[in-house]
Design a protein around this ligand. Sequence first.
Ligand SMILES: Nc1ncnc2c1ncn2[C@@H]1O[C@H](COP(=O)(O)OP(=O)(O)OP(=O)(O)O)[C@@H](O)[C@H]1O
Length: 719
Amino acid sequence: MLDNDINNHTKREFNLMNTDLIDIDPKPSKRIVVSKLQTPTKINQISSKSDYDIDFSRNKSNKRIDNNLDLFYQENESKLRDLENKLETLNQKSEEQNKIYLSLGETLNDDYNLKRENLQEIVDNLMERAQDIKNSTDDLKGSFNEKSESLNKRYASKQLEISKIYRNKLETKTQEFLQQREKYEEEVKIDKENLRSEIDNLNTQIEEKAIYFHSNTDFQNSKKQLAIEINNIRSENFEQLNKKTEMLMNQNKDLRTEIDVLEKNIQSKLMPKNASLKSNIQKENETLQMVNETRKKKIEESATLAKQYEKMQLKYNSLQSELSIYETKIKSLKESIQHHKDELQKKETNRRVLHNELQDLRGNIRVFCRIKPETNSQFTLKEINTLDPDESINEETLSKFDRAQLQIEMPNDLLKRQNSSPRKQQHNNTVFEFDKIFNEKSTNEEVFDEVSQLVQSSLDGYKVCIFAYGQTGSGKTYTMLNPVNGIIPSTLRHIYTWVDDLKGLGWDYKMKIQFVEIYNDTINDLLAFNNNSTMVKRSLMKKKIDIRHANGNTTLTNVEQIDITNINNVEDILSKAKKYRATNATKENENSSRSHSVFTIFLEGFNKLTNEHSNGVLNLIDLAGSERLSKSQAAGDRLKETQHINKSLSCLGDVIHSLSQSQKPAHIPFRNSKLTYMLQNYLTGEGKTLMFVNVSTKSYFETLNSLRFSTKVNDTKMK
Ligand SMILES: Nc1ncnc2c1ncn2[C@@H]1O[C@H](COP(=O)(O)OP(=O)(O)OP(=O)(O)O)[C@@H](O)[C@H]1O
């Protein structure tokens, strides 16, 4: 029955919109069903039994209302159709909005994809550039690429980091966008559902109103109110849609801005980093290049050094072998030197013996004559050549080589006087024989050349006395004490040189000097000034000087003996002594020739290699002038002086004469004068004596007297 009821209802179709179909049963017993469909369909029928029950009850209760409703329906059908049209328009607009929304979504999606592609392109470019940089870095790094590699790694990791960040950001944004889209879709769906439900409500309300119209006259008003509400809802929907569209547009705009910002950020962040990385790589490359160059140089230097070292090594090796050769040579030379030293030692000993033998052969007492040059000669001293060139050399004639003869020629005025005398021709052209004659042209050097042999004897340990005898002004002091080349300074120089040379043969010498004068048989110390550095008057000297002989040695008490270390020291001492002697001479004597000066050098030698000892003494004596009493015509002190001088000189002559005898007398009168007594030990034994007879061509008799004295000491005979 129910089904029949239903079937009895008129079924109507309402096409409200192209897509909607509303099925309404116009009878009161039937419900109005409004549904929104995507495609037009056939009319929906009421299927709920309860509905039918209700409707059925209604149908039953109010048939009049049904009629009214039919009428209402007919009357309002056009209005409803308008409403349906409006709804259709609304749906159309909604559709359009949906389309806009879809196209907007598509645009956004396209934009998003485009941006993503662009970003991907940027990232790809960056990656490409990173790859390029990495490749170029790889090329550059070579052997020192550790640093570069780490930079590249850092660079790549940065790139990855950055792209990861931006990818994440993009993903986040995409996610957000999708979420938002979903949200909006959801919202639109909800809105549609709400709208559908509202339409449903509205239909319900219409239905209710229709019911109400059947039962209530206010239905008209309600319907009007409903139309207004529908309008309001529609306008609200429009507003909402517009707002949402605007919002979406804004969001799209924001997204674009954000994407732009992101892009700029990417550019601004990556570019400086890239530039700084590039400049870092550039710097690193430069540093690497410099390091490479330095390394190259160092390698070259070390190669050069190695070559140099090799050369040096070779040189060193050759030097080493040379050194060992030299060492062997040095060793053999040392041995040879030692051998030569030994030889020299022996030769030196032999030389001493031979030298002494030679001196012995020449005679232990020798007399040299020295003629002083004179500008106004009063007579002639003539050297006679004793050697006949045709004469053959034999033992008898050999002695002539060692002898020299001097002929003194009497001046004419004396000769005349003599001729008239009964003892005529007695002294005319007298000839004297000497061991050597030094003429006017002979120099002090030539003199010393001869004397040096005796000086050598003193160094060899012999006692030597060298006298200078002659009248005043005949050149005794010049010969002995000339500060430049006199015998004393030359002797000292010779001794220093010799002592130095002998050091190599083990000889060590201690040298002392003593310098005294004998005046009127009194000994004065000429080095006395040495104690207090002041000149002491001869007469004020209180200390008495005695001569002591013991064990073949002679000492003078209270006489200064000075160790001499160098020649300058001695020269200074000699000049002071000379000044001292001269000072006293001017005060107490008219000239210095009134005293004998004795300069003594003690030479004590010891050879540590041979244990040899030598104890030589060299006396260099400048004798007082030998004036004849008749010439000096002295009286008083002067007479006494002359007598002392003559006595001492005569005594010296006697002593030397005695010593020169082959059969020496038992008594030799040494004690007859202080001079001979003082020199006793040096004149005896193996002592060697040299007497210079200084003569000049000024005073004939004085010269003759001196020459006669020479015959006394030399045992030469006047011919
Ligand atoms: N061989 C010589 N050549 C040049 N001048 C000389 C030579 N011998 C001596 N004389 C000079 O003659 C002068 C006298 O000499 P010297 O004083 O040596 O004589 P002396 O014999 O010592 O005299 P005295 O007995 O008074 O001391 C000095 O001026 C000296 O320079």
